[in-house]
Structure formats: C-alpha cells, structure tokens
Design a protein around this ligand. Structure first.
Ligand code: PMP
Ligand code: GLN
Length: 385
C-alpha cells in the first residue's frame, strides 16, 4: 500500500497502544504468568454458553431492537431496583451496549462539546481521557490520595468551573481497587446540587466489593441518579470479557440523547448474546455470589505473597491487588514490569500508565481473576524477588 501522502494532525497525538495489549503480548512472548490485563483465565458457566447456542439455533440472528432486547432491559431494571432501590423504566431509561467502554464513550460523545471540561480522578482508567479529548473536551484532574486513594472533596469543589460539563466516577476503582462510601456520594451530591453537570459513573465492578461493604451506586442517591449515566459490563460479572456486552442507565431525557448517538454509532448490540444474558440473569446467585468468589481469590493471592518483599495496598473491590515495591527497587514501574515479565516470567501493570506524570510511589497492579494454580505460581515467583 502506498503511504498516505499528507501530514496527519492526529486527534490523539499522545496515545499509543494500550498497556493492556503491550503487557499481555509481552507475557505471551515470554511465556510469563499473566497477572497484567484484567480478564479471567477460567471459562464462563456452561449454562450461559448453552443459552447462547440455544438462541443462535432458535434463529434469533437478525437485528434486535435498537435499545436492546426488552427482556434483558427488564432484567437489568429489576436488578437495579432490588439492589439499589432505583426504578429505571426499561422502555426509556435502559440501553444495552456493546461493552462499558462503548457506553462511556457514547455518553461522553452525547454530552461533551468542544472546550467543555470533564473532571477525572487520577489515576484514571485508560480510556477516559482519550474519549474526552477525541470529542473536543478538556480533562481536568483531581488526585486520589495515596495509599488509600480516597477523594478530597474540597479539591473537587475547587476544580469545578463554569465550563465543567461532566464528572467521571469509577467505583469500585480500576486501577486503585478503592471503593467510594455513601458519605463520598453525599459529598458529590451536595457539590453538584443546583448545577447542570452530568455524571458518568463507571460501575463495571459493581458486584465485586469485599469485606462486607456495599457498592454505592450513584443510582442509590436521587440527586446523583437524576444527572447520571450509570455504566456496567456483563464481561466482569459473568467472566465473559471477550463478549463486549454492557448497559447504560440514565433518566429519560439523557437516555433519549444517548440513543441518538448510539443508533448511529453501532445501531444495535449483539442479539443472541442479549437473549442468553436475559435468561441467565434470572439466576441472581450468579452475580450475588461474585464478591465472595473474588474475595477468596484476593485472600489466596495475599497469602501467597505474604512472605515476599512486596507490600499490599488495600484492595476493597475489583479483581486487582496493588503491591508497592519500595523495598525492592528504585526502578520506574514500567521498567520493572517489563523486566519482571522477561526475566522472572510474571507480568503486572505499572500503575504510572494511569497518570499523566509518573507518581512518586512505586506500585504494580496484579489481576487475581485467575485460577488458584496460576495465582500460586505467580505468588511463588514474587516471593523470590
Ligand atoms: N471500565 C473499567 C474501570 C474497566 O476496568 C473496564 C474493563 N476493561 C471497562 C470499563 C470496560 O468494560 P468492557 O469490556 O465492557 O468495555
Ligand atoms: N479493564 C482491563 C484491565 O484493566 C483490560 C481491558 C482492556 O484491555 N482494555 O486490565
């Protein structure tokens, strides 16, 4: 192919390949235990796979409704009401999307105009800033406080300007594994009262909260729910990250605008998978038991690294465990992550990739959505470092 004969004014000049792709490729190349990218190394339930086959064989293979299969939207609305006490109308307030990343992007594309400011918390999950920038928005950052990664609400208040259009929240949080409290939510509710600022609340790990704590969805807080797009993902909940299936909840007026963009961005989300998920969601235990399932894995991994020189930071939710390595090396985290993958055959994510400038603290993120065998092998290596 001849090369494009003009200079390209990139809309994302600073963006390269995501760290998840970089580290997973490197892990594969070096046959390393891959605790970097967040995905399970075990399969989803057979019952769920059987349902997909069933609906494909039943011939449900043409375009489903634009906003999603009604039966699935109803199950999502029921779940949200049971867990968070918030009523979303499946007809006008629930939209099924091809994953959460898409839901976040489309909510931003729907609401953010050139020059609008979007408040992000740093470290920030990697898709947030590029999604804001490619839509002409300006990310404005508030730092999470190391080592608990809590939010300084005075700093949030100070960061809000007449140009603020959106606040992007993420709880449970990737990469910090922190979770917001009810008090946090009430602080935000108070700060936003009387403004027209909207919230995108990334809650993909809503079912993975540990130690008896409750997930504080924005849906629980009327002053937030009325201005929020709540985004979730079936990928995390049912061990199917490769399916790219999720949903977005928002009040009717916001959903109407969201769907204007959605219908020309993707139009519809995979049909047979929606039918399968609708049937599978009737089994509430599958998501209600998820926290205990992952807490056991977190504790297994923590037990495994207890004798190592890595220092665990709190992991209150998600399937990530951060380990500080101050006692081991002065190296930048990216260098260490690459070296550990190549030389020790264990891969992790350097936390600095979620910052604009590398932070002073030395932390690697490890994914424990893995079999006990994988976790034991990974932990054993870490104990020798
Ligand atoms: N947000 C966060 C915080 C995540 O960790 C992930 C998982 N990759 C996503 C969004 C994306 O979810 P999905 O794969 O459904 O797009
Ligand atoms: N969310 C996953 C992680 O944080 C990866 C998703 C992706 O590769 N984009 O590791």
């Amino acid at each position: 192919m001849p090369s494009f004969p003009h200079p390209i004014a990139s809309k994302l000049p600073h963006v390269g390949t995501t760290i998840f792709t970089v580290m997973s490729n490197l892990a594969e190349q070096h046959n390393a235990i891959n605790l970097s990218q967040g995905f399970p190394d075990f399969d989803c339930a057979k019952a769920l796979r059987d349902l997909v086959t069933k609906y494909i064989n039943a011939g449900l293979n043409q375009y489903p409704p634009m906003a999603g299969v009604m039966r699935l939207r109803e199950r999502i609305a029921e779940k949200t009401e049971t867990l968070y006490g918030a009523k979303y109308d499946p007809e006008h307030e629930v939209t099924v999307t091809p994953g959460a990343t898409y839901g976040i992007f489309t909510a931003i594309a729907t609401m953010v105009r050139p020059g609008d400011e979007v408040l992000l918390f740093e470290p920030a999950y990697d898709c947030y800033a590029p999604s804001v920038e490619v839509n002409g928005g300006v990310p404005v950052y508030v730092q999470l406080k190391y080592p608990d990664y809590g939010i300084d609400w005075n700093a949030v208040q100070r960061a809000i300007t007449p140009k603020t259009r959106m606040v992007l929240l993420n709880t449970p949080n990737n990469p910090t594994a922190s979770v917001l409290s009810g008090e946090d939510m009430r602080m935000l509710e108070g700060i936003l009262r009387g403004t027209d600022i909207v919230v995108v609340s990334d809650e993909v790990y809503e079912h993975i909260v540990f130690d008896g704590h409750r997930h504080q969805s924005v849906a629980r807080f009327p002053g937030l729910a009325e201005r929020s797009f709540v985004v979730s993902s079936f990928g995390k909940t049912y061990h199917v990250t490769g399916w790219k299936m999720g949903y977005v909840l928002a009040p009717r007026e916001l959903t109407a605008e969201f769907r204007k963009v959605h219908q020309f961005n993707v139009f519809v989300t995979n049909g047979p998978l929606q039918h399968a998920l609708a049937a599978y969601m009737e089994n509430q235990d599958a998501y209600l038991s998820l926290a205990a399932f992952y807490q056991k894995k977190r504790d297994f991994f923590l037990q495994g690294v207890r004798a190592s020189r890595f220092k665990p930071l709190p992991s209150r939710g998600t399937f990530f465990q951060n380990l500080a390595y101050d006692a081991i090396s002065d190296e930048p985290d990216r260098d260490l992550a690459i070296r550990l993958t190549k030389e020790r055959r264990v891969a992790a994510i350097p936390i600095s990739v979620f910052y604009r400038e590398p932070p002073p603290h030395k932390v690697l993120r490890f994914c424990f959505a893995k079999s006990e065998e994988t976790l034991a092998r990974g932990a054993e290596i870490l104990c020798r470092i």
